[in-house]
Design a protein around this ligand. Structure first.
Ligand code: FAD
Length: 453
């Protein structure tokens, strides 16, 4: 097992902290690390795609799980895979798609691990149809604070605390996952432009009833009558007959898309500066105008439709110096007014965000700290150095909490602990389970200390 001392951040590159990083190659090595972790505790880390500080542990241990990356068995008849927690969704797709199976839930990046997908209970653009990732997990092996390994199944408190539990109930070592059958590796995609936020919300609500996958990009730099305008995309896995003859020869080939934005250079945002605002506004204008007013049935690779950010060169994904704050919240259908007000405020401030995504969420998931709630979800990236950003987002948190909504923990880097209990009604149960199963605090992270999880 390799061990080194490293400075770690989340994907947003804010708040680096130093930890002892262990890279276990077996369950025994992982167990030994947890048993010997010392007073600052330990936390599992996958591919570090959470935007905030969930997979960091200042002065403690971090278990990099990426060496435990075996796909153990595939039942190609029933569509069930058993794999180590460190295997990435990208690797699963490489192996499973040619067999006619797809992930039941695919978040916006496929460069995440299965352990991270359960630890954050991730959602995709098909949440209304499929719920979160953990809904499709039939069991996992969990390394707990006493160094023992438990098999955990749905319907138990330990399962519901671990799904979305941000690695704080233990280290997931392996899992059994039910898959979704597909006939091709392409998506049939419809695109529509919306004139303003109301138009976008109406189209997205209708779109997500009609299609399995739906989400919308919101132009947060547009103002006046265009406030909240955007582009809606919805998609289905394409049936075989929809493919042109040449593509029917290898309908299940998994191809990643070339970088999609070669013709759309992402602006180099200076935190909060005029240039940042101007370039984000110009970029968004270009993006909006280039989108078709209405187009149906376009065939796109899965990677282009579901993971467009993965195709961008790293420099473009992380342009702002000082890193990004990823702000993601949900509010219920009856509180759509809160969403309108927040979009209005963001647009009024002309925040230089070019990645804002609006989604519809379906029924709640069993995870005690799972994020989606029935209604609306909005996610956006903001340069961390934007003047007054902390105070501005604190005020948005208050609005979200007052509307019964919540901020997403896996992408959070700045929420205050007092806001948390109102957002996550099962927080007390989570803390109780942690106190009982991990009295000495074997599992801790920068997130858990910041939010007293
Ligand atoms: C471009 C982009 C798009 C994204 N889109 C979405 C989206 O659409 N929907 C969504 O829900 N999320 C989305 N995310 C967030 C991302 O899917 C989650 O943060 C995910 O958990 C990252 O997985 P990871 O393997 O990188 O885990 P890390 O970031 O390393 O860790 C995340 C959390 O999982 C825990 N964890 C990791 N491995 C284990 C394990 N083996 N056992 C127990 N706990 C573990 C960690 O302790 C930590 O709390 C996106 C991120 C990016 C960068």
């Amino acid at each position: 097992m390799s061990v080194d001392t490293v400075s770690l951040t989340g994907w947003g590159r804010t708040a680096p902290t130093t930890a002892l990083r262990f890279r276990p190659r077996s369950h025994e090595e992982a167990a030994a690390t947890v048993r010997g972790c010392g007073p600052r505790g330990s936390i599992a880390r996958g591919l570090g795609r959470s935007h905030g500080d969930a997979a960091q542990n200042a002065g403690g241990s971090v278990l990099d799980m990426t060496a435990l990356d075996r796909i153990r068995t595939i039942d190609a008849g029933a569509g069930v895979v058993v794999c180590d927690a460190g295997v990435s969704l990208h690797r699963l797709l490489e192996v499973l798609l040619p067999l006619g199976w797809f992930l039941p839930v695919a978040p916006g990046s496929r460069y995440i691990t299965v352990g991270g997908a359960i630890g954050s209970d991730v959602h995709g653009d098909n949440h209304r149809a499929a719920g979160t990732f953990s809904r499709h997990v039939t069991e996992f092996e969990l390394l707990t604070a006493d160094g023992g390994i438990r098999t955990v199944r749905p319907g138990t408190p330990l399962f519901d605390a671990t799904a979305g539990g941000m690695g704080l109930t233990g280290v997931i070592l392996s899992t059994t996952l039910r898959l979704h059958p597909v006939a091709t590796s392409l998506m049939s995609v419809d695109t529509e432009r919306a004139l303003d936020l109301d138009d976008l919300m109406t189209r997205l609500a209708a779109g997500s009833r009609r299609a399995t996958y739906a989400s919308a990009w919101v132009d947060l730099t547009a103002r006046g009558r265009s406030t909240g305008r955007g582009v809606l995309t919805r998609g289905e896995h394409a049936p075989l007959y929809a493919l042109p003859a040449h593509a029917r020869r290898t309908p299940l080939a998994f191809r990643t898309a070339p970088p999609p934005a070669a013709h759309l250079p992402v602006p180099d945002l200076l935190p909060g500066g005029l240039l940042g605002r101007m370039s984000a506004t110009a970029f968004n204008e270009l993006r909006y105008r280039r989108a078709p007013r209405s187009r149906t049935g376009e065939l796109q690779r899965i990677s282009a439709f579901l993971h467009p950010m993965d195709g961008l060169p790293h420099r473009n994904r992380m342009p702002a110096r000082g890193g990004f704050v990823h702000y993601e919240f949900t509010v219920g259908d009856r509180r759509a007014e809160t969403l309108r007000r927040i979009v209005g405020q963001l647009s009024q401030r002309r925040v230089p965000s070019f990645t804002a995504v609006l989604k519809r969420f379906g029924r709640s998931d069993p995870g005690w700290l799972s994020f989606p709630e029935p209604g609306w979800g909005l996610a956006l990236d903001l340069p961390a150095g934007l003047p007054g950003l902390g105070r501005f987002l604190d005020r948005l948190d208050e609005e979200v909490a007052a509307a019964g909504g919540r901020v997403c923990l896996t992408n959070d880097s700045r929420l205050r602990p007092d806001a948390l209990a109102a957002m996550y009604p099962r927080l007390a149960e989570f803390r109780e389970l942690r106190a009982e199963s991990d009295p000495n605090g074997a599992f801790r992270s920068d997130l858990s200390r910041r939010l007293s999880l």
